[in-house]
Design a protein around this ligand. Sequence first.
Ligand code: CUA
Length: 336
Amino acid sequence: MKLTRPHLRRVMPTVFAAVVTGCRLESTQSAVHPAAEAAREIATLGWIMGGMLAVSFLLVMALVWIAVHRAPSAERNEPAHIRRRTGVLVIAGGIALPGFILVAMLFASLHTALALRKPLEGIRIQVTGHQWWWDVRYPETGIVIANELYLPADEPAVIELRAADVIHSFWVPNLHGKIDLLPETVTRIVLEPGKPGEWRGQCAEFCGRQHAWMALKVIALPRPEFDAWIEARRSPPPPPPSPDSRRARGEAVFFRESCHVCHTIEGTRAVGKVGPDLTHLNSRLTLGAGRVPHTEDNLARWIIDPQSLKPGNLMPATPLVADDLTALIGYLRSVP
Ligand code: CUA
């Protein structure tokens, strides 16, 4: 099919919209669909800068067009007033206009930077970036989860960020800008969604082979629901399984296969720190930091051969006979 001008006119806005929205119509991970005040400030700055750059680009292209089509010929001796006009144009267009645009952008950036400054007050949440998952801790209540960040919707949360290995970058574009996670230093960002909702965060600094699968789900709940979520995770761990029970068999597999060397389950002697804490595994929405939905089948796949789902991650394969696998999953399902 031959593309005609009317075709292009109809198609181009769609292409443009797809490009600026990251080719997705949903808006749970998008800097141009801000949900919080901070993200709105950043998006506004982005549009202002984009607009100024678009105008500058068109202006430069127009000047190039004039230069190409209306250039004075070399042989012709230009009268003095034309040479003067050219000089004025060069100074205005080459120094004054870019100077004005850069200063305007500087002031717009400073305005945004000041608007983003927030006092470090609110609920404290510690987030540590690992290759390639997120450890999330609520120090006031001792709750430890992974790859999900639950927040109260209408109040600020101070996120304290660290890196366990290499530099990562915390980015929930609907809520705020990017901030690096560094191995030696704590960085902080204040998130205040302002309304309940769910958004997707993503590590935004290349950190190795599975950088793209270092996703983080952010869930903002109204305060009463957030309190209920905390309370549900503070219930005491279940008592140890009675000998000869199915749960005891699963627990035996867990320790026989050395899962406890890397993982923690509260209330047991599993206190490993290498992989995600498994105490609240059952409420996890995904496995492998967003890699696959958390289903029974995917959990079995992950235990038996995690490298097939996320090559390069630190968890080794655990070949198990079917009965041991079922018992192990049953045991994991029995922790809160
Ligand atoms: Cu962590 Cu990219």
